[in-house]
Design a protein around this ligand. Structure first.
Ligand code: FAD
Ligand code: NAG
Ligand code: NAG
Ligand code: NAG
Length: 533
């Protein structure tokens, strides 16, 4: 097999570091000006912009800022193909890279391309979405489309996608490059399991349609592929009839074991809720109405009376979908399901909202935060997948000892079972590039803080980063078999160990679909070969 011409730079001494930096700087300067002129000569229907590209050096994480040389605002898929083909034909010497940018909600510069070309995928989103009804309905969408827009379009036909993220102002291409996990995943699998077909532009500039049946290896590679194998330009997403309303329920636990046992019970029942998540409440933060959810219980009086007294509590969050004519039946079902649980009896909080209001809940909170200037802050988020057999050690070490005070944001915890086969379909396909722990059941644990600038207190960026570090060190030392979700590593050794036995497949796929390592440099897995060295 021909090895891809890429290497990971790991300088051995200070001298070689200096040399390397100098060489890279010279190379980047050289290429920067020639890039501009060569791109100006390229025929595209959209346009390149060479100035005012600061937006492409920013993301939700707000910690990494690398300016590209150019941004492509494509009008057609052929614009993307022509641009990548051009970079491909320049060969490894140019050092030029290309990053697709969805909505820029990455956390550590993953959608940035230092001195390279950023493709603004949202400018493709003007193309039509096409809903197909029938026994197995689906929608064809441009990959730069936001999930919220897809939801609204599908609802016109009484349909909706099945698997979501907690926040819908993200692009299809961005979430499919990761996985797309939320409280529906225990049943439907992640978003990458609810896609029938993709159109992809590879790292050689070829436009390829792929699915389970056709170019299956590329299809699986791209799903959860962190943008490494191609740029997704269109996706065919599976739909179901959309409910009108949602019963939204929160109950509290003081004991992690009971909480986790009830969660595991609910995700394995055939008849169960439609959405199952959980929150850790540390020292009273976000008891009922935290930033990510405009949860207004029917009895706010009762909710406000509940005081956590500095204890750590666990909040189980559930929804049941229904249409107005089924209200009585649904209330009965909910009652029966809740009767199987062991939450603190006085802590049942219920509300009723439309399906759209529920799915778009984080956006409502975003608007509030934006108005207070609290949205565009650094977000040192950490997302982990923890195997079930280790979740109690994890909870003891992390919730019990590392995270004793609020970390300035929500902490989510909920399980999925990979082997669950609702309707005889396995929803966690290990042929994709998405990495999970080995066990059937694993928990998603998400620490979602925002940092307050120039704060030296507990909510300053350095402090929050040091908590993340402590959590990761703890997992490592205790051999918990934890995998990062939305992974961030700085060395190739760490990436190898992240992929484990799948590393070879990853490298093979890289050499097949992006042999020059042009795509998504911000993930820092592969580096384009540096020919001047
Ligand atoms: C408030 C908030 C809530 C979130 N909640 C969830 C959640 O509940 N569940 C969950 O799973 N995730 C969640 N996420 C994480 C989210 O899925 C990722 O941050 C995702 O990358 C954001 O999508 P984006 O469109 O902004 O992608 P970007 O940040 O623009 O891109 C992400 C990566 O994918 C690549 N990429 C982008 N578009 C394409 C494409 N078309 N083809 C190939 N590669 C592409 C980029 O180069 C980059 O490497 C949340 C993020 C935020 C900010
Ligand atoms: C809990 O928060 C209060 C302020 O809201 C603070 O004074 C106290 O120290 C915190 N408790 C712990 C255990 O950190
Ligand atoms: C996960 O689901 C499968 C299939 O339903 C089941 O056989 C298995 O026992 C479950 N795993 C655990 C740990 O409960
Ligand atoms: C992938 O899953 C299949 C079936 O679910 C299983 O037989 C196979 O061993 C798995 N492969 C790997 C590499 O884990």
């Amino acid at each position: 097999m021909r090895r891809p011409s890429m290497s990971f730079v790991k300088p051995k001494s200070i001298l070689s570091t200096i040399l390397l930096v100098c060489c890279m700087a010279i190379r980047l300067c050289l290429c920067s000006s020639s890039v501009v002129s060569s791109l100006k000569a390229l025929h595209v229907q959209g346009q390149f912009s060479f100035d005012g590209n600061e937006f492409a050096a920013t993301d939700f994480g707000n910690q990494f800022h690398f300016l590209p040389s150019a941004v492509l605002h494509p009008k057609k898929v052929s614009d993307i193909a022509a641009t990548i083909k051009h970079v491909w034909q320049m060969g490894p010497a140019s050092g030029l890279t290309v990053a697709a940018r969805g909505h820029g909600h990455s956390l550590q510069g993953q959608a940035q391309a230092p001195q390279g070309i950023v493709i603004n995928m949202e400018s493709l989103s003007g193309q039509e979405m096409q809903v197909h009804r029938g026994k197995f309905p689906y929608v064809d969408v441009p990959a730069g489309e936001l999930w919220i827009n897809i939801l609204h379009e599908c609802l016109k036909y009484g349909l909706a996608p099945k698997s979501w993220t907690d926040y819908l102002h993200l692009t299809v291409g961005g979430t499919l490059s990761n996985a797309g996990i939320s409280g529906q995943a225990f049943r439907h699998g992640p978003q990458i399991s609810n896609v029938h077909q993709l159109e992809v532009v590879t790292g050689k500039g070829e436009v390829v349609v792929c699915s389970e049946e056709k170019n299956a290896d590329l299809f699986h590679a791209v799903l959860g592929g962190l943008g490494q194998f191609g740029i997704i330009t269109r996706a065919r997403i599976s739909l179901e009839p959309a409910p009108k309303m949602v019963k939204w329920i929160r109950v509290l636990y003081s004991d992690f074991s009971t909480f986790a046992r009830d969660q595991e019970h609910l995700i394995s029942a055939e008849n169960t809720f439609d959405y199952i998540e959980g929150l850790v409440i540390v020292n009273k933060t976000g008891l009922i109405n935290n930033w990510r959810a405009s949860f207004n219980p029917e009895d706010p009086e009762q909710a406000s009376q509940f005081v956590s007294d500095g204890r750590t509590l666990f909040c189980l969050e559930l929804t049941k979908n229904f249409n107005p004519d089924e209200a009585t039946k649904i209330n009965k079902e909910i009652k029966s399901l809740l009767s199987q649980l062991s939450y603190i009896p006085s802590t049942l909080f219920v509300t009723e909202v439309s399906y759209v209001e529920f799915l778009d809940r984080v956006h409502a909170a975003e608007l509030k935060l934006r108005s207070k200037g609290l949205w565009e802050l650094p977000h040192p988020w950490l997302n982990l997948l923890v195997p079930r057999s280790k979740i109690h050690s994890f909870a003891e070490g992390v919730f019990g000892s590392i995270l004793t005070d609020t970390n300035n944001g929500p902490v989510l915890v909920y399980p999925v079972n990979k082997s669950n086969n609702f309707h005889n379909i396995f929803r966690w396909d290990n042929r994709t590039s998405f990495v999970t722990p080995e066990e059937d059941i694993f928990y998603l644990v998400a620490f979602l803080p925002h940092a307050v600038p120039s704060s030296t207190e507990n909510n300053g960026l350095q402090h929050l980063l040091s908590i993340n570090k402590r959590i990761l060190n703890f997992c490592e030392a205790a051999h918990l078999g934890v995998k990062q979700y939305l992974p961030y590593y700085t060395t190739q050794e760490e990436w190898r160990s992240h992929y484990g036995p799948r590393w070879e497949v990853l490298v093979q796929r890289k050499s097949a679909y992006d042999p020059l390592a042009i795509l998504a440099p911000g993930q820092r897995i592969f580096q384009k070969a540096i020919s001047v060295l």
